[in-house]
Ligand binder design. Structure first.
Ligand SMILES: Nc1nc2c(c(=O)[nH]1)N=C([C@H](O)[C@H](O)COP(=O)(O)OP(=O)(O)OP(=O)(O)O)CN2
Ligand SMILES: [Zn+2]
Length: 117
């Protein structure tokens, strides 16, 4: 099995619902998000790629147009936790790029949430 990944970055704000009032994440705040998209394939194409990294530009377009410098509570119909964002993005991206098997969302350099199909 071959596995590749590519990272994308965006900045956005959010408020997490359902937390106690004294939880800092219940207040408006922002992150410099890093999204890692993971792809896998049992075979390579004629060039030797799972998929050309450059063909992942549709993900960058989606992130730039839909997520960057947005308030994520306005973008997603679910609470914008890292876990929920990872699953939502997986569901959107896999329709265009079926080799995607997981999406990882990092809100800080120390935290990571992965949704894997
Ligand atoms: N399982 C999850 N836990 C938390 C999420 C999440 O999406 N999933 N989100 C948050 C906050 O939005 C934000 O990520 C803050 O996280 P935290 O680790 O508390 O960030 P800090 O930089 O403040 O952490 P330090 O420990 O002070 O470095 C919270 N939890
Ligand atoms: Zn947060």
């Amino acid at each position: 099995m071959y596995k590749i990944s590519k990272q994308f970055a965006f900045s956005a704000s959010h408020i997490l619902e359902g937390l106690s009032e004294d939880h800092p994440c219940s207040r408006l705040h922002g992150h410099n998000y890093i999204i890692t998209v993971h792809l896998k394939s049992e075979t390579l194409n004629e060039v030797g790629f799972v998929k050309d990294y450059r063909e992942l530009s549709i993900i960058k377009e989606y992130i730039d147009n839909t997520l960057d410098h947005r308030h994520l509570n306005d973008v997603f119909s679910v609470n914008p936790t890292a876990e929920n964002i990872a699953r939502e993005l997986y569901t959107i991206f896999v329709k265009e790029i079926p080799q995607i098997y997981a999406v990882e969302v990092c809100e800080t350099p120390k935290t990571s949430a992965i949704y894997e199909a």
